[in-house]
Design a protein around this ligand. Structure first.
Ligand SMILES: Nc1nc2c(ncn2[C@@H]2O[C@H](COP(=O)(O)OP(=O)(O)OP(=O)(O)O)[C@@H](O)[C@H]2O)c(=O)[nH]1
Ligand SMILES: [Mg+2]
Length: 476
């Protein structure tokens, strides 16, 4: 269910009302960033988006699509997007990323539209951050995509684990970027540790922390890392218990907003926040789901991925992301209705590689199939291509709960395939061994003989050991 109200961040309310209007304005102004930019909405945080494309280093998305995604991120963070500016370059300018003429244009544009935030779509080096800050002056805050994503994460963290991970990522990002300008802006904006009043980019570690010298921040980073180590140990302990009970774990992975949480809610009675916002989910939620075979599997929903996902964040979220790396099977939730579907899949695959989870068995949930008009040949072709291209693909609509049985059947078959075959004769005195196959494996044939129960089926490899003593011999 959509629950936009749950997006109130600690302390401030995120405004969504003008989003469609903003996005329309963005579309309109694509070609001429100087035209029709002024919004009638009272300014809160008014942002100019900047995209720079290096011609021989193209990103996954086009410059325009990436900026549209940045606009959604800005919107999720409660910013009002008032203009966008782009530049294509053969090579980046080491000091300012963009050329000096373009930088002047940016300064004028920001003044013209009365912006107080400028957001770069790519991560700025500390030097670029300083130089562009200098050009923009003290009244305008400069952030990049990474800082924006960190800010959204800070708003959406609801558990200690999430909060610690975000704080660590924020400090690691800021440590090399601590400048007087930053501290000054944070103070000016009334930033407060962990509070929302500092505005986007200065949330989380606010004024007081920003004033700490590097040494203190380094100490804090070391402290947070120790805390995370504890959290990881606890998670590991949990997983060990789960493994003892030998339940298979399926992790839902996918691009942010693909519908992972909606799918988990549809498959179980989970009440995970699902909303048309990026990075709605940060903390893992696990629910039991029964497969058609009667097999019970744990489904875990967790943080979504995005192109240009900051590596500091991937590293900081290791504890959370271990749910993915330790899963028996991944359910890759793909937004079939998204124009950038293939690029999103590629971005997810990249992150999975980074997590060393690239070779896990994948079942692909082609979600939002309700948005596809099958009477349109182009869209029908899109679906059939996705079915061909992606591993174990099943079309579903998490929202309308269609295709879920097929999806679970596919998970069933895939898990079964991963198990080892058993063909055993279990004496009646060892009845619990038969029960174990029923519970954690699959029975293909079961027959009661004088010598005991003859079972043909499959079992998770970690349970199969003791069964080797009872291997069925037809001579018996
Ligand atoms: N039309 C349609 N919309 C869907 C479907 N599944 C999810 N949505 C919508 O897509 C949006 C995102 O859904 P979520 O479940 O929050 O997506 P998520 O993958 O968990 O996103 P993050 O947690 O932000 O990474 C919500 O507005 C959902 O209602 C579907 O099958 N059809
Ligand atoms: Mg989610």
């Amino acid at each position: 269910m959509t629950k936009p109200e749950s997006f109130q961040s600690t302390g401030s309310t995120v405004h969504y009302a003008n989003r469609d209007q903003d996005l329309r304005a963005i579309q309109r102004d694509r070609d001429d960033p100087w035209d029709g930019l002024v919004s009638t909405a009272p300014p809160d945080e008014r942002a100019v988006l900047v995209g720079v494309e290096i011609t021989n280093r193209p990103g996954l998305l086009t410059l325009e699509d990436s900026l549209t995604e940045l606009a959604l991120l800005a919107d999720t963070a409660g910013l009002e997007v008032v203009a966008r500016l782009t530049q294509r370059l053969n090579s980046p300018h080491p000091a300012t990323l963009m050329g000096s003429g373009k930088l002047e244009e940016l300064v004028m544009l920001a003044a013209d539209v009365d912006a107080n935030v400028v957001i770069f779509d790519d991560e700025l080096s500390p030097r670029q951050q300083r130089e562009i800050e200098k050009a923009l002056g003290e009244e305008i805050k400069l952030i990049d995509r990474t800082a924006l994503i960190l800010d959204i994460f800070a708003r959406h963290a609801r558990t200690r684990e999430g909060a610690v991970q975000v704080e660590l990522a924020q400090y690691e990002y800021r440590l090399p970027r601590l400048t007087r300008a930053w501290t000054h802006l944070a103070r000016q904006a009334g930033g407060r540790a962990g509070g929302a009043s500092g505005g986007v980019g200065v949330r989380g570690p606010g004024e007081t922390q920003l004033e700490m010298d590097r040494q203190e921040i380094s100490r804090r980073i070391a402290f947070l890392k120790r805390q995370l180590e504890d959290i990881r140990k606890q998670r590991k302990q949990h997983r060990r218990q789960r493994r003892k009970s030998s339940m298979s774990v399926a992790a839902l992975v996918g691009y942010t907003n693909a519908g992972k949480s909606t799918l988990l809610n549809a498959l179980s009675d989970a009440d995970v926040i699902a909303a048309d916002r990026l990075f709605a989910t940060l903390d893992p939620t696990t629910r039991r789901v029964e497969l058609p075979s009667g097999h019970v599997v744990l489904f875990t929903d967790t943080v979504g991925f995005i192109q240009k996902l900051p590596t500091t964040l991937v590293a900081a979220f290791r504890a959370t992301l271990e749910e993915v790396t330790e899963a028996d099977i991944l359910i890759h939730v793909v937004d079939l209705s998204h124009a950038n579907m293939d690029e999103q899949v590629a971005a997810v695959e990249e992150v999975l590689e980074e997590l060393h989870a690239g070779d896990k068995t994948i079942v692909t949930a082609l979600n939002k199939v309700d948005q596809i008009d099958l009477s349109d040949p182009a869209q029908a072709e899109r679906l059939s291509r996705a079915l061909d291209d992606y591993p174990n693909a099943v079309p579903v609509s998490a929202l309308h709960k269609t295709g879920l049985d097929d999806l679970l059947a596919k998970v069933d078959a895939t898990l079964r395939h991963k198990m080892v075959p058993v063909d055993v004769l279990i004496p009646y005195a060892q009845g619990e061994m038969v029960a174990l196959i029923h519970e954690h494996g699959f029975i293909e044939q079961e027959e009661h003989t004088d010598a005991g129960t003859h079972v043909v089926g499959r079992l998770p490899v970690e349970l199969a050991g003791p069964y080797s003593d009872y291997w069925f011999d037809s001579e018996n």
